[in-house]
Design a protein around this ligand. Sequence first.
Ligand code: 3SL
Length: 317
Amino acid sequence: MAVLGSRSNPRPGDHPHKIDFYTADTGISARAGYTGLRNFGFPERFSPAFPVNGAGKRDGDKAPIDESSNKSPVKFSHFHTPEQTPTDSLPDCAIAIDVLRATTTMAQALHVGAEGIQPFSNIEKLFADSESWPAEKRIRAGERGGKKVDGFDFGNSPRECTPEQFAGRRLFISTTNGTRALQRIQPAPMVLTAALVNRASVVDYLLEHQPKTVWMVSSGWEGTYALEDTVCAGAIVQAIVEKSGLSLADLTDNDEVVGAVTLFQQWREQLLELLHHSSHGKRLLRLNNPEDIAFCAQLDVLPVVPLQASPGVLKKA
Ligand code: 3SL
């Protein structure tokens, strides 16, 4: 079934995410959408948001797309900070981004075999909730101001996440901004985390599961813009453009997405330099941490998608 287009005139009682698709094989419209929140997963009630033939394509492949289609039923929005993220609606899928360093660390932790991840914005709550977990099965990690929190096992360095230390253990983590972004989007039916290191896997997941509205929520720094999170949001949408054959204009729901993609196009061959330009990159350099920046600047190296499996718990998808 090829998706030819959608119409945007809502009917009384429609869910805001409900979209009618006109299909090539039937010539009639098929109503799709969801009517309630789910923990995760997008079953049969969803019609494809990307051209069906585009799903799962590898880098460099352009999905064949019906020339009569110039409108994508999937729309991406990017928000520079958790504070700028709308509070009166939810997308089908929300992605938290904190390239330096929280979502990079989370990707690496699950990649090396962590059993799951529980993010906390509040350190006292992290200590209290993790207390009920067997000591040998838990890791407490995180930072404030880039430095390890007293009493934690680790800071927030992805390079500390080794199979020896993390395999089979649950990571309880609190960071300055990344965990706040995650808590902000927790009620969404599909919640992922993304960083440059796992960009390709996140993109493949989106192409496979086909949410129709996707919010990319950057962590920023204490309520302000972060260059490195924006370039990651741009990298995600750029890969969707390349793999689906859809145009950027069709995929975009706010101006921030266009800005993010443009930033990525400009810097895609110099991501490490860009991270060194960013204010948080400079902060980490002052803390003498160039190796972490280099780790976080790698593109598409970790085949892992952190997915919220139950409220507040991320697992490998
Ligand atoms: O702000 C955050 O959530 C952290 O990722 C910041 S740091 O890189 O660990 O300092």
